[in-house]
Design a protein. Structure first.
Length: 232
């Protein structure tokens, strides 16, 4: 496998993946994503994937990758269109963002009554499990605990966050017990946590402002001119 081939392919396909999945431009901007995967690199990506045995499949596909940009775009386009799980990307992401916002708010106010490390681990697993075959067994067990349906993973995230925010120790503990029975997922989160702690900087996950364009510059210039002249 050529050096950093996985990284290059991720950078190349990410804009198309965002477009097809309906994610907004402000969410994990392309520049932030490229910086993130560049510093992560192929080796770390494979290390994170190894506990779920995804590294073998990734390496196998990477050996067949071509560096021709036009072919990469075509392959990414076709892959996105034919990936049945594409439709759940947007709801899962938004459910996760909402869950994190509510839980962090509780934590900052000193009102989170459950272990934040356990909550973080469970949320990350709930968010990633829907997209790999190894995730179905754990999602089915968690859905049974939450009296929900494993085919709606965004709802599972929301329901777990609800339980964490209201301090429902029973529900949080039962979900955690389900996850604790799947050691490959425990190992996956451990590797993810290790890489996150050692990462050299915090990537900018959300763009606060859009890229400067002539149109935006004209609007800003007009606002600046009108401001001093506004006597109302």
């Amino acid at each position: 496998m050529s050096e950093q081939r996985i990284t290059k392919w991720l950078e190349n396909g990410y804009p198309m993946f965002k477009e097809h999945s309906g994610l907004p431009a402000y969410l994990l901007p392309e520049r932030s994503f490229s910086s993130f995967v560049d510093q992560l690199g192929d080796n770390r990506i494979l290390e994170i994937s190894r506990p779920l045995n995804l590294d073998i499949e990734i390496s196998s596909h990477a050996e067949k990758l071509t560096e021709a940009d036009e072919l990469q775009n075509k392959v990414w386009h076709e892959a996105c269109l034919h990936w049945p799980l594409l439709v759940i990307v947007e709801p899962v992401i938004y459910s996760l963002l909402d869950a994190c916002d509510r839980i962090v708010s509780q934590f900052d106010r000193g009102k989170l009554e459950v272990d934040p490390v356990i909550v973080c681990r469970n949320l990350m697993i709930l968010a990633f499990a829907p997209f790999v075959p190894q995730g179905r067994p754990i999602l089915e067990e968690i859905a049974a605990v939450l009296d929900s349906n494993h085919t709606y993973p965004a709802e599972l995230i929301t329901q777990f966050a609800d339980a964490a925010v209201r301090g429902d120790f029973v529900a949080v503990t039962r979900v955690n017990d389900c996850i604790s029975n799947h050691q490959q997922w425990i190992a996956w989160f451990g590797e993810l946590q290790k890489q996150a702690i050692s990462f050299p900087h915090n990537p900018r996950l959300i763009a606060i402002t859009p890229p400067l364009s002539d149109g935006i510059a004209d609007v800003l210039a007009t606002m600046i001119k009108e401001g001093p002249n506004d006597r109302s």
